[in-house]
Design a protein around this ligand. Structure first.
Ligand code: FAD
Length: 402
């Protein structure tokens, strides 16, 4: 069993986690990575604080994914508790922050990645950077472009962990789509997820671009499906931020189907419409600015109402309150995939065995964001990437040792 040789292509969270499992099981592991160093997107994810997983009950956790029944066995294999235990085994403590989000104590990804690589090296994992995988030779071997020219490699099993198609400068460029599609692998086209959306703003909004819109709630369709107490930022191109990312799946579907999508915002979710009407009417003969400020509609929130409501309605409390509680923001498109935090689409479930082996390519497995699942930010992306890496590695072990 120790003589089995596995090639993993892609040294992001999914590929490195597969290397972790396989090397722990005594396999000979080579990891090939196109960039000069590993885990570049992982490091980028750590820049604003690495939200590595989420500490909520598994029944809630799993509902964040668009294909929960597919992801469930994977997440069960490496859930939030196991991720935290694994971090601890590397000497990295974690904590549960607001709303259950889990971070390493030092917030950054770099210390964790450094310790992880050192542990993999001790187990004999060989990492080959600057090796860009370009496809399969006729005999099924893999070929790479490297600084030394073209390299051919073979293994008992291969795990592809090539990432999605966003932030191509960090390595995951989605070029694998054509290679696998040519082999008969079914792929849902890659599209932006957890991304900003385009909108056109009038002069009312211009002074407020870049300022956060705090403590709002939003929804697409009905308010019951909404996200509460979140943030967004209006930008020169439109709107972005946690609330928009969390709703990016239904927004994307609406944009693809109709060309536009409507995002509804409640700018003051903590009071009722009736309470707001009362606040707006009780301030007597004051300027609109003062009345709105006292009601909680200063700055960017007031600008949005000015944007949406005709001027002759600004002193009509009922119209203002109705608009505040249900602001329709028309979105005219998505930001480009390269600027998205993650990618929806990818290798379809029906193209793979339960163990994530491709039907079209025996002994070739896939893991990570290149699989056709989607989830909001909040630790769910990294968790599924890690977990599918573990799951594919377990699949390899099952096949090679049976
Ligand atoms: C700005 C930003 C912030 C984020 N923040 C968070 C967060 O806080 N929490 C969270 O859960 N997720 C976050 N994410 C998402 C998370 O980083 C990704 O979902 C995760 O890295 C995907 O892991 P992966 O291993 O599948 O792919 P990747 O991390 O993309 O790794 C794939 C690897 O494959 C290599 N590769 C690709 N093609 C080839 C090839 N042909 N040959 C050789 N190598 C190749 C790439 O260079 C890359 O190293 C964030 C993403 C971004 C961009």
């Amino acid at each position: 069993m120790n003589h089995k040789h596995i090639i993993i292509i892609g040294a992001g969270p999914a590929g490195l986690m597969a290397a972790d499992v396989l090397s722990a099981a005594g396999m000979s592991v080579d990891v090939y990575e196109s960039k000069p160093s590993v885990g570049r997107k992982f490091l980028m994810a750590g820049k604003g604080g690495l939200n590595i997983t989420h500490n909520e009950p598994i029944c809630d956790f799993i509902r964040r994914y668009d294909q929960p029944e597919w992801l469930k066995p994977m997440i069960d294999t490496f859930d939030a508790t196991m991720i935290r235990a694994w971090m601890e085994s590397l000497g990295v403590d974690s904590f549960v922050g607001t709303s259950g989000r889990v971070f390493p104590l030092e917030m950054k990804a770099a210390p964790l990645l450094r310790r992880w690589l050192s542990s993999l090296k001790k187990r004999g994992v060989r990492v080959h950077c600057r090796h860009y995988w370009q496809g399969f030779n006729d005999d099924g071997s893999l070929y790479f472009k490297s600084v030394d020219g073209e390299i051919t490699a073979t293994a008992d099993a291969t795990i592809l962990a090539l990432g999605g198609g966003s932030w191509a400068s960090l390595g995951s460029d989605g070029a694998w789509v054509d290679i696998l599609a040519a082999k008969g692998v079914k792929i849902n086209p890659l599209s932006p997820s957890n991304c900003g959306f385009k909108a056109t703003w009038s002069e009312f909004i211009q002074p407020h671009l870049g300022k956060p819109l705090k403590n709002i709630s939003g929804w697409v369709g009905t308010p019951e499906e909404g996200i509460s107490s979140s943030e967004a930022v209006l930008t020169t191109y439109g709107i972005e931020g946690g609330l928009v990312y969390a709703l990016s799946r239904p927004l994307r579907e609406e944009v693809i189907a109709n060309g536009t999508a409507t995002l509804y915002l409640d700018l003051l979710p903590h009071i009722t419409e009736a309470q707001l009407v009362s606040r707006l009417t009780s301030s007597g003969k004051q300027s609109t600015d003062n009345t709105w400020r006292k009601a909680g509609l200063e700055g960017v929130k007031g600008a949005i109402i000015r944007e949406l409501l005709p001027k002759n309605k600004w002193s009509d409390s009922s119209s203002v309150a109705a608009c505040v509680k249900q602001c329709p923001i028309v979105l005219t498109g998505m930001q480009p995939i390269d600027e998205a935090i993650s990618t929806a689409g990818g290798v379809m479930r029906e193209s793979m065995s339960k163990d994530l082996m491709l039907h079209a390519l025996p002994n070739v497995y896939c893991a990570g964001e290149m699989l056709d699942w989607d989830a909001p930010t909040g630790g769910y992306l990294l968790t599924a990437s890690f977990a599918s890496g573990v799951f594919a590695a377990n699949g390899v072990l099952k096949t090679l040792t049976s």
